[in-house]
Design a protein around this ligand. Structure first.
Ligand code: BGC
Length: 825
């Protein structure tokens, strides 16, 4: 209360200009302070799989959120939150733009990897854990994207048409729970529209639901460049326009104030922003900016490794796993991810990481006696892959920066960099403005095979490549518009060169950017050996034939699964399906490790001995995968979504991606497994599935009452025993089945879950408590949550299609709650 009064006083002390300035960013990642009063600026950063900073220096790459979803382990997710708070400190960041708590509505969603689950309840529990983890350590969370931002197709404009009941039960639900239980410092308003109105200027979303019903005290910021008006957005409840400099505030807001189009809303939002500053310690004295540091912490690596292995899902295993690598002499390691694994999906969630451990490296560590036959097998790049540290030897990659586009005068910095792929937003370095500068990169490249190589380069601006002083690629003289860099970059130029094995070539790239007003800068270039698909497969088959075991690292990558676009196919890209078929035919011991954040077609599933879904596992990916394959750590993940047999079976199939600027959520509340249950469709793998290395027995389901009266809770317990031959963990899942009635409900919905770790033979009693609120649906005519009277069923199982125990209870009397009250604790 005291602090609230202080904030009110502070608002009174601000001039109009100071208030107006607080209501918008002043750069890509900062909101200004009030220098006159010693109020310091605030810095935000993506999120959610690491804290990127401005990407000048590397950061720890954590597993993608879908992998966190697969852990079904809020405690573990909270520990990730703690670590992310430490990462934020090293980047001088006060608010992390995370977690993403949208719903995996369609299997093709470009940002599925960035979301936890298809299920609102699982999403909500992990959201609470993630937010608490960050905020317990003094760093703010920003839950996003509010709301129904569940696809990338027409993402900046599409209008989501969804019933209020569906919105409240599914898409708003994680936001409401996170706000009620974890009080995130910020909420990010989504790009899309809802019922025709942009989320960033939607009075019902931003004021009725958020403030009046949920009592949210924090800051609502726009997604990047998602503000569309001055007075309308502010009046609707958008506190902060991001990023800066403002397009809709600043001068325009001062004019709107003068015209009387807004008035007290400015104080209201300034108050919320100052409250955020107080929470972030920005009202106290201290340095304005903290230099970004790249600290590769062993304890964060250990956590990344632990989390990754425990979120990986074993989808198939005929008994070949866990592998005892000491028994093999020769192993074929095949696939595009074997030596160049993808640590995360693409877009704003992509983290330029510290050193990445590849599967091949990790295999060499644990099985030094083994010979590894390595073959890429398939090319899945869209752009010619950038060079990494591991491609260029000890000299590394050096970036030299000039503060002008002419390479004139002294360079301002010479930096070692991890790859030849660069992106900057705003400032490149202090003194180097991203709108106006030049850069030169030098690498020494030694091909291991003679032959034809393809070079590629693209840029926001101009880029050209020289080999041994000779210009070989010109994307400088006449760059054409392309799709790189969110559509601001040039089309990739390619050039072919013949290179000889063993020779050292000096490869130099020059980059120039002279575009006032364009804060995005970047360029990338790479080299690849020009081989046909058939040649790649033939090499892989040869390796598989000569080995006792073939490990295939296949999947998607940030080029295929990313913010900005949805996937356009359910199939693996490139010739990976043919590759896996060919390898499986050549070697009877073929195991596939899949990198993906969404389901992909698996036509070869029956022909491989095991399939491990490794997601995007972060920078320790190699270690985690090998831990899981060898059983050092059990791959203990459970699917956070339903894995369909065909795209045609999926709930949104007929209506996705929408037409005429609209996407209708016609499946209503029947998202994910609710759809498959209601339609009697057999999934390939059910929601909640994951086999692990042991087996469990469920028994003794006990409900402490058979009749649930108003105000009472129901205690549900059962016993789970590890009846397999290895220690392991199970995720006990509790679903509720509803009585029939006039309102159509899914056959069952997830309401509780618990991960239990059990030694061989050990049993444990697991207890859950539910109450009437867990029985409620939203009645959109009465605008109330209603838990009808009737006979309900408790279903306890290992996944949505493997229910071991069930028992009925009577809910004796209908209960109702007003919209926001449903979430009161
Ligand atoms: C994304 C947000 C992100 C923001 C800042 C937007 O394109 O939708 O999730 O936080 O950019 O990078």
């Amino acid at each position: 209360m005291e602090s609230r009064r202080d904030i009110d006083k502070l608002v009174e002390m601000l001039t109009i200009d100071e208030k107006v300035a607080l209501l918008a960013g002043d750069s890509m990642w900062t909101v200004p302070g009030v220098p006159r009063l010693g109020i310091r600026p605030l810095k935000v950063s993506d999120g959610p799989a690491g804290v990127r900073g401005s990407r000048i220096v590397p950061a720890a790459a954590f597993p993608a959120p879908v992998l966190l979803g697969a852990t079904w382990d809020p405690e573990l997710v909270k520990r990730v939150g703690h670590a992310l708070a430490e990462e934020a400190e090293t980047k001088g960041v006060h608010v992390v733009l995370a977690p993403t708590i949208n719903i995996q509505r369609t299997s093709l969603g470009g940002r599925n990897f960035e979301c936890f689950s298809e299920d609102p309840w699982l999403t909500a529990r992990l959201a609470v854990a993630y937010v608490r983890g960050l905020q317990e350590r003094g760093i703010g969370a920003c839950i996003k994207h509010y709301v129904a931002n569940d696809q990338e197709f027409e993402r900046m404009t599409i209008s989501v048409e969804v019933s209020e009941r569906t919105l409240r039960e599914v898409y708003l639900f994680p936001f409401a729970v996170a706000i009620a239980e974890a009080d995130p410092w910020c909420v990010m308003a989504a790009y899309n529209r809802l019922g025709g109105t942009y989320c960033s200027e939607h009075p019902w979303l931003l004021t009725t639901v958020l403030r009046e019903e949920l009592g949210y005290p924090g800051v609502v910021m726009s997604d990047w460049f998602a503000t569309h008006s001055t007075a309308q957005a502010l009046r609707a409840g958008l506190d902060l326009e991001m990023p800066g400099p403002p397009q809709w505030r600043g001068e325009k807001l001062r004019d709107a104030l003068q015209r009387g189009e807004v008035s007290e809303e400015v104080d209201r939002s300034a108050r919320r922003i100052l409250l955020l500053y107080e929470r972030a310690g920005r009202l106290d004295p201290g340095p304005n900016v903290v230099e970004e540091r790249a600290i590769d912490r062993p304890e964060h690596r250990a956590l990344i490794r632990e989390v990754a292995a425990s979120g990986m899902v074993l989808l198939r295993n005929d008994g070949i796993l866990p592998l005892d690598l000491t028994t093999y002499r020769r192993i074929a390691v095949i696939g595009p991810h074997a030596t160049r694994p993808a640590v995360g999906g693409g877009g704003s969630a992509f983290v330029r990481s510290h050193r990445v451990i590849s599967p091949v490296e990790a295999l060499r560590e644990v099985a030094p006696q083994c010979e590894f036959l390595i073959a890429e097998g398939a090319a899945i790049y869209k752009l010619i892959p950038q060079l990494e540290h591991s491609d260029v030897g000890v000299e590394g990659i050096t970036l030299v920066l000039y503060p002008n586009p002419e390479f004139a005068g002294e360079a301002v910095a010479t930096l070692p960099v991890p790859s030849t792929d660069f992106i900057w937003l705003g400032e490149v370095l202090p003194g180097v403005d991203a709108t106006n500068f030049a850069a030169r990169v030098r690498v020494l490249y030694r091909p291991t095979e003679s032959g034809l190589y393809v070079l590629g380069a693209s840029a926001v601006g101009q880029v050209r490549l020289f080999i041994d002083g000779e210009l070989v690629l010109d994307n400088w003289t006449a760059p054409q518009p392309g799709r790189t860099y969110f559509g601001f970059g040039s089309a990739e130029q390619r050039a072919e060169v013949a290179l000889e094995a063993g020779r050292t070539y000096e490869l130099v790239a020059e980059y120039r950017k002279a575009q006032p007003g364009m804060p995005l800068a970047g360029f990338r270039f790479g080299v690849v050996h020009a081989l046909t698909d058939a040649e790649r497969i033939a090499r892989a088959v040869r390796a598989a034939q000569e080995a006792e075991l073939a490990l295939v690292f296949a999947g998607l990558s940030p080029e295929w699964e990313s913010e900005g676009f949805d996937r356009d196919s359910f199939d693996l890209p490139g010739s990976q399906n043919s590759l896996i078929e060919a390898v499986a035919a050549a070697n009877p011991n073929t195991v596939v490790v899949l990198t993906a954040g969404s389901p992909v077609n698996l036509p070869w599933l029956d022909r491989v001995r095991a399939l491990l879904l490794a997601w995007y596992a972060g920078e320790e990916v190699g270690h985690s995968v090998v831990d899981a394959l060898t059983g050092v750590v059990e791959p203990a993940g459970r699917l956070p979504f339903t894995y369909p047999r065909r795209l045609e079976d999926t709930p949104a199939f007929l209506h996705y991606p929408g037409e005429f600027g609209r996407i209708a959520y016609c499946e209503g509340v029947f998202v994910g497994y609710r759809w498959y249950d209601a339609r009697g469709i057999e999934p390939l793998f059910p929601f909640g599935y994951g086999s692990g290395y042991t087996e469990f027995l469920y028994r003794d389901l006990v409900l402490d009452r058979s009749i649930l009266e108003p105000g009472e809770t129901l205690r549900i317990s059962c016993t789970v025993q590890n009846v397999g031959s290895r220690d392991g963990s199970e995720v006990v899942q509790l679903y509720i089945g509803f009585p029939g009635g006039s309102v159509r409900r899914p056959p069952k919905e997830l309401r509780r879950f618990q991960r239990v770790q059990l030694a061989v033979g050990e049993s444990r009693s697991v207890t859950f408590t539910i109450d009437s609120r867990d029985l409620a649906y939203f009645d959109e005519a009465a605008k109330l949550w209603v838990a009808p009277a009737g006979s309900y069923e408790v279903l306890v199982g290992s996944n949505a299609r493997d229910i071991h125990l069930r028992q009925r209870f009577e809910h004796i009397q209908e209960q109702q709650w007003k919209a926001g009250e449903r979430f009161l604790l």
